[in-house]
Design a protein around this ligand. Structure first.
Ligand code: ASP
Length: 362
């Protein structure tokens, strides 16, 4: 059987490819795959049986039984590739594949040992749905160079499946400004990667996922992703955003952000101007303090609920201090929102300080 050597960059995105890359299998406060269940079901649709790849963990039997039980609860049968007498054949005949998390080096080494990389690539190119979680998401990228795992074993190469043209950095953790730990942050590690390489990296926070389908790459889940590209400042992205623009060579840049102070806003409102005020904080914050006539759309929902904002009216976006609203404006602009968006400088806190001290500060 001749080996057709397909590398990520040569893979044709014919629009048939379907890939779901999940940052983590268990989200704090819930059980195995709970946070991804609705996305997995929606992604797999009427697939009957899923092939599991347990190689990232040492105890493959135990891992397979956990995954099998969980997929059964979602209504899917599951077989594990480690139980198959001919693993390549199992891949060739699979309806869908799920590669679980664990140690990324161990996973990739096994994929090489069992000579499965080309089979998986060909099947995914032909439309077989691919779900990866954590290490299983890492190996979907061109290489595994952005894992934080220890190289506990040595695969013959760091080149991975290359199903997508970007790197994943799963379990992305924002730097803690109060931490006294002096080791590199995940951001620093990724920036070091970009000093040596020129591939976009998606820092997927826990709870985040990327779904590739019909040629688009959409951020799903709850927690957003930080995108790193050589030569650009890191970008914050929100659920619902199409991330294709970060992986295409001609990325449209975000427009200059307009700002308004609380005092100016008050004057314009008093002057009778028709301004639409969007509050991107959380419902519990809105309960504590709010601006009159403002509409609440929490940051995490802003892209998916973009059609609730009237592009014909000038829109002032605010949060507590001005940071989340800036992220919301950038995300809306990238998503193609056509209207004028203005950030309230200093957020509702500035409003309490400058305009109306009766609005509680928190
Ligand atoms: N060890 C992680 C996982 O599979 C992968 C990573 O952090 O890169 O859970």
């Amino acid at each position: 059987m001749p080996l057709i050597h397909l590398r990520g960059e040569n893979m044709i995105d014919n629009g048939i490819k379907r890939v779901l890359l999940v940052s983590n299998s268990t989200l704090y406060g819930s059980s195995y795959l709970d946070h991804a269940e609705s996305e997995i079901r929606d992604f797999l649709g009427n697939v009957g049986r899923v092939l599991f790849v347990p190689y990232a963990l040492y105890d493959r039997d135990a891992y397979a039984s956990t995954a099998r039980e969980r997929y059964r609860a979602m209504g899917y049968d599951m077989e594990s590739v480690h139980e198959a007498s001919d693993p390549r054949r199992a891949v060739n005949e699979a309806e869908a594949i799920f590669i679980g998390g664990g140690n990324t080096f161990r996973l990739l080494k096994s994929l090489y040992d069992f000579d499965l990389l080309d089979s998986v690539r060909l099947r995914v190119e032909g439309g077989m749905p691919y779900i990866g979680s954590s290490a299983g998401s890492n190996v979907a990228g061109p290489t595994i160079r952005t894992t934080k795992d220890m190289p506990i074993v040595q695969p013959p190469s760091f080149d991975a499946l290359g199903l997508v043209s970007f790197q994943i950095s799963p379990h992305y953790l924002d730097p803690d400004p109060n931490s006294m730990h002096m080791g590199e942050t995940q951001e620093q590690r990724i920036l070091q990667f970009l000093e040596e390489n020129d591939t976009t990296v998606f820092g997927l926070r826990e709870g985040a996922m990327v779904r590739v389908e019909r040629g688009s790459t959409v951020l799903k889940g709850s927690s957003g992703a930080r995108i790193f590209r050589k030569g650009y400042a890191p970008a914050e992205t929100l659920p619902g955003e199409n991330l294709n623009q970060f992986i295409s060579p001609n990325t449209p840049e975000v427009r200059q952000m307009e700002e308004i102070t609380a005092t100016e806003l008050k004057q314009r409102l008093d002057g009778g101007e028709d301004l639409q005020i969007i509050d991107v904080r959380e419902p519990d914050e809105y309960e504590i303090a709010r601006l009159e006539n403002s509409k609440l759309i929490p940051l995490g929902q802003i892209v998916n609920r973009m059609d609730e904002i009237d592009p014909a009216r000038e829109t002032v976006v605010h949060c507590q201090g001005g940071k989340r609203s800036a992220k919301a404006i950038e995300a809306l602009q990238r998503a193609g929102f056509a209207g004028r968006l203005v950030n309230l400088k200093g957020g509702i806190t500035a409003w309490s300080d400058e305009v109306d001290p009766s609005v509680p500060k928190y």
